[in-house]
Design a protein. Structure first.
Length: 311
């Protein structure tokens, strides 16, 4: 199923998978404001068209995109939420299919297009580095941790994305930290808990908590689309990476509250299994590639980002 494409020619078009997600919606708005035509992949193209308006062409399968469509760039944000349901065998298959499977389909589309895109920006996560739990910085050159599901998942996504390099496409592998925004993602529930005085230090609290303001998530994607010198892995995180205890304390302080609660690690590990590593283990990820390429963060520090979000 597909909605009809816009009547104007699709020049400088950008294809976005995962466009109806948290980051995707903000990105569509940003690119639309730049005057760029947008094609979105959505399970419900009619709903997507109603959300984004007539200037967006929505499809529910990439097979619906004709080979002569002119697409200059692809942004791959597709994927079911990693944090939520326990990582049972069935859930892992869902996560792999929604991320690795869609990335494979994206590369297949690029292969059959008559005019190949110039760039593919494909999102994975700082979970690529696994449960590091060390103050040692994780740069884009740091290795994955085979055998840990979050690392294996990210490595599999990136492997599929890199297949586009053989087609002559510049590939940017965006390793996202926790994206903070008012409307969706982790922040609304965290902010509610902080307002109610229910913010808690998880485990030791010493695990690093890489984060990124939504404006910088969109800004980095837009920067990657336009910067021909940027390729390879890019840590999409703010320059300041606090510990989890520092993060929750700063979040509480943004509402004039303090943190009194502490959640021991063992109940979380018992209840959530390996998925608890997302909460109890972290990575001291640093945005070395983004800074070297000249990206200027709108919210480089946690207090400024939280003040913006709380306001």
């Amino acid at each position: 199923m597909t909605t009809r494409p816009p009547p104007t020619p699709l020049q400088r078009a950008v294809l976005i998978t995962g466009a109806t997600g948290f980051v995707g919606r903000a990105l569509v708005a940003e690119l639309g404001g730049q005057g760029r035509h947008v094609i979105v992949l959505s399970r419900d193209p009619r709903r997507a068209s109603a959300t984004f308006g007539p200037g967006v062409w929505a499809v529910d399968t990439l097979a619906a995109v004709p080979a002569d469509t002119r697409i200059d760039a692809v942004v791959n944000l597709a994927g079911a939420r990693v944090l939520g349901l326990p990582w049972t065998a069935a859930r892992r298959q869902v996560l792999l299919a929604s991320r690795v499977g869609v990335t494979h389909q994206v590369v297949a589309l690029i292969r059959r297009l008559a005019h190949q895109p110039q760039v593919l920006v494909s999102a994975s996560a700082v979970g690529f580095y696994g449960a590091v739990n060390s103050d040692q910085p994780c740069t884009e050159a740091s290795p994955p941790r085979p055998g840990e599901f979050q690392s294996d998942l990210c490595a599999a996504i990136e492997h599929e994305a890199r297949c586009a390099e053989a087609l002559g496409v510049r590939v940017v592998r965006l390793r996202l930290g926790v994206v903070l925004g008012r409307e969706d993602g982790a922040y609304p529930m965290q902010a509610l808990a902080a307002r109610l005085g229910l913010g808690a230090v998880l485990g030791s609290g010493r695990q690093r908590a890489p984060w990124l303001h939504l404006q910088d998530a969109v800004g980095l994607i837009s920067f990657a689309l336009g910067n021909e010198g940027l390729a390879g892995a890019v840590n999409a995180v703010a320059p300041q990476t606090p510990t989890q205890a520092e993060f929750v304390q700063a979040l509480a302080a943004s509402f004039g509250r303090r943190v009194w609660l502490r959640m021991p690690a063992w109940p979380l590990r018992q209840l959530a299994g390996e998925m608890s590593s997302l909460l109890l283990d972290g990575q001291n990820a640093v945005p070395a590639a983004a800074l070297a390429a000249g990206y200027e963060f709108r919210h480089p520090t946690l207090p400024s980002a939280l003040a913006d979000l709380a306001g």
